[in-house]
Design a protein around this ligand. Structure first.
Ligand SMILES: *Cc1c(COP(=O)(O)O)cnc(C)c1O
Length: 221
């Protein structure tokens, strides 16, 4: 598990350098460790190293890990949520980052027993394989979400198209920040292992990092 601790330390240093380049404070950026396919012992090593949040794509996988680890830090749902799993998701997760369609938002509002923090997912490049609102749909969606009880919309989230060079992600990150600014929201979840430094330079308030902390995932991921 020493590799996890060393990786975590390196990611933190890279975060701090990227923040300084952008004139930002490193403590204003939340590092979310993405735990999909990662065994609980490796997650525990990262938590012991001070990882402040966990992110999981699937409800069932989160359930197994919450059983093993409890909830020592907030859990963020970052993958597509089926409407029939909303009650389970509300029980397991502190933040639902992947609100990608209006019926899901309505179901979350209907099932929530307490205020629930959510991010609205944006499909920046209109990729058919990904969920999320088109950029032009974001404002009308937010107007509607604000009328729903118990939903606390904190910001926007996106997974831009994969690129070979992290610099190519910069225009996408900038586009998401502009949408967020126009909406007057605080949070901006963007940047993964390959490009989180660019995302921080462009204003990310939360980055979602799996491989750079836990190592390569199996093909099944
Ligand atoms: C898997 C995943 C990540 C982390 O990806 P890495 O490249 O391993 O850092 C971040 N966000 C989402 C939505 C993911 O599915």
């Amino acid at each position: 598990m020493d590799d996890v601790r060393a990786n975590l330390e390196r990611v933190r240093e890279q975060m701090a350098r990227a923040a300084r380049r952008a004139g930002r404070r490193p403590e204003d950026i939340l590092l979310i460790g993405v735990s999909k396919t990662v065994p609980a012992e490796r997650l525990r090593a990262a938590l012991e190293g001070g990882l402040p949040a966990l992110g999981e794509n699937r409800v069932q996988e989160a359930r197994d890990k919450v059983r093993a680890l409890g909830r020592p830090v907030p859990w963020h749902l970052i993958g597509r949520l089926q409407t029939n799993k909303v009650t389970d998701a509300l029980e397991l997760f502190d933040v639902i980052q992947s609100v990608d369609r209006l019926p899901l938002a309505a179901e979350l509002a209907r099932r929530a027993r307490r205020p629930v923090a959510v991010l609205v997912e944006v499909n920046l490049a209109g990729e058919p394989s990904k969920g999320g609102f088109a950029p032009a749909e974001v404002k009308p969606a937010l107007d509607l979400l604000r009328t729903l009880p118990r939903l606390e919309v904190r910001g926007l989230m996106a997974v831009p198209p994969a690129t070979a060079d992290p610099e190519q992600a910069r225009p996408w990150f900038r586009a998401l920040r502009e949408l967020r600014d126009a909406a007057g929201l605080p949070e901006l979840s963007m940047g993964m292992s390959a490009d989180f430094e660019v995302a921080i330079e462009e204003g990310a308030t939360a980055i979602r990092v799996g491989t750079a902390i836990f190592g390569e995932r199996g093909k099944a991921a």
